[in-house]
Ligand binder design. Structure first.
Ligand SMILES: NC(=O)c1ccc[n+]([C@@H]2O[C@H](COP(=O)([O-])OP(=O)(O)OC[C@H]3O[C@@H](n4cnc5c(N)ncnc54)[C@H](O)[C@@H]3O)[C@@H](O)[C@H]2O)c1
Length: 453
């Protein structure tokens, strides 16, 4: 190990290293809190002044991080935040946790990484460790981050150290959080890998070293592509079951009793969130640049993207049993967050379902205890909406209720008792009812009709 690397290693192991986290969102804030808890001084840098103010006030804005933790860490001067990148001069390590969305053209949007790295580069000094955590295509650390940092005249692996370590946070998961999810780490050089491993080791239980930044980048894309492809498969199975009058939910539940060689995935209204719908596109974009045609990713993408249309077909079918059309019907979407019990609506399929119903003339409302308001810019209906309170006896006012996100706080018994018809895209209402249309399950028997064997 070089002398410079040895000095940083000593500062990390003695917790004297000053850690910095760029991007204080769902990934960055929990990480900053873990570093501060581990005994480091952690400084968050974010362009969003409201987030910086919240930290200064000892307030958390991320459900998985408690305000009491933020308050006690800021009070004990372990955690602070700023919008000013000049603090980089005082830092020994930086973890970059900025967004990596897609452009409208479905190409990777590297602008957040580029602007964060350019801002860091202005204050880069010898002996620093920079770790990229944002999910991205294989090669980003070497092809994008390294040249921007080396434009300062300092050399990666010699004057400063560079690594990639993918974030695996699962918002809303009470069992697995930043500290107990194994952390994959790939360094540009062996010194880079050792330093990044040591940093994480101080706050995270298990470190999984891999041979390069490219491998670490690919690991994350494999994990999320695996999910996207398997969800695509089970969504296709749900469409088949619909035709064959078989209950896909019963099929998956029985299949998962096999103790080996099977992993349960469930169908739903489409992919959501910042990761599963986006990350596979990063991989296919990069693969195409090498002349490779990534067929699985594309196929799963087509199937998953079509699911909101299928949900709308189910709504039409459900309303039809009441001699109603989508046009002019009052439709309530129950749950618009992209998954259960969280407040994140990024890429949520609920927004697509709402937009499609609106385009067909439905009057769309929504209920979501985690998302009190929906901005006009967030969906194609272009109206500011406020969440409806289902507890207020409002259920019966709607022609159709569509369960898109199965929050545990919804009163499903009340929905079944009071709704005119329900489309259930999550199997939240497990039993068959004449007015409940479940995705991928046999059509309910019309009320009043007796089945003759
Ligand atoms: N949210 C998840 O569940 C999750 C899970 C695994 C990986 N990831 C990946 O982690 C990365 C971050 O995701 P997130 O969910 O935390 O995003 P986020 O939008 O919650 O947070 C990103 C933060 O970065 C800040 N930011 C943007 N540009 C900046 C800049 N130039 N300088 C300083 N701050 C800047 C934003 O203001 C925001 O606070 C993404 O690449 C994402 O794909 C996210």
């Amino acid at each position: 190990m070089s002398e410079l690397a040895g000095a940083l290693l000593e500062r990390i192991q003695s917790r004297r290293a000053r850690t910095g986290i760029v991007g204080l969102g769902y990934v960055g804030l929990p990480l900053a809190v873990e570093f501060a808890r581990a005994g480091f001084h952690a400084t968050g840098i974010d362009l969003d002044a409201r987030k910086v103010e919240a930290i200064a006030d000892g307030r958390s804005y991320i459900p998985d991080v408690s305000s009491s933790d933020v308050l006690s860490l800021t009070r004990s001067s372990r955690l602070d935040a700023t919008t000013d990148f000049s603090v980089v001069r005082q830092l020994d390590t930086i973890n970059i946790c900025v967004p990596t969305p897609l452009r409208k053209t479905k190409d990777p949007d590297m602008s957040y990484i580029v602007s964060a790295v350019e801002a860091i580069a202005k204050h880069l000094h010898t002996g620093m460790l920079i770790v990229l955590e944002s999910t991205t295509y294989p090669g980003t650390t070497e092809e994008v981050v390294q040249p921007l940092l080396e434009a300062t005249g300092l050399k990666a692996g010699v004057d400063f150290f560079l690594a990639f370590s993918p974030e695996r946070v699962d918002p809303g998961n009470p069992t697995f959080q930043t500290h107990n999810v194994p952390k994959v780490v790939g360094g540009l050089t062996p010194d880079c890998a050792k330093l990044a491993g040591a940093l994480y080791n101080s706050a995270i239980k298990t470190i999984v070293p891999v041979s390069s930044t490219r491998v670490a980048e690919m690991v994350k894309l494999l994990e999320n592509t695996f999910r996207a492809v398997n969800i695509g498969l089970v969504n296709e199975l749900a469409l088949m079951c619909d035709r064959m009058n078989i209950d896909v939910w019963e099929v998956v539940d029985a299949a998962k009793t096999k103790p080996f060689g099977f992993m349960a995935f469930y169908p739903g209204p489409g992919l959501g969130g910042h990761c599963i719908p986006i990350d596979p596109v990063y991989l296919s974009w990069k693969a195409k640049q090498t002349g490779f045609d990534p067929r699985f990713i594309e196929l799963a993408g087509h199937i998953n993207a079509a699911m909101p249309h299928y949900v709308v077909e189910k709504v039409a079918e459900a309303l039809n049993t009441k001699r109603k059309a989508i046009n002019g019907s009052n439709v309530l979407i129950a749950g618009i967050a992209y998954k259960r019990d969280i407040d994140d609506i990024r890429e949520s399929p609920a927004l697509d379902v709402m937009g499609l119903l609106h385009a067909k003339g439905a009057v769309v409302a929504y209920a979501d205890p985690f998302v009190p308001t929906l901005g006009a810019r967030d969906w194609s209906g272009h109206a500011d909406l406020q969440a409806v309170d289902l507890a207020g006896g409002t259920i019966g006012q709607y022609d159709c209720i569509v369960i898109v996100t199965d929050h545990t706080t919804f009163d499903y018994d009340a929905l079944v008792a009071q709704a005119e018809v329900i489309v259930d895209t999550r199997n939240a209402i497990k039993k068959p009812y004449p007015h409940v249309f479940r995705l991928g399950a046999p059509r309910p028997e019309p009320e009043g009709r007796t089945v003759v064997a």
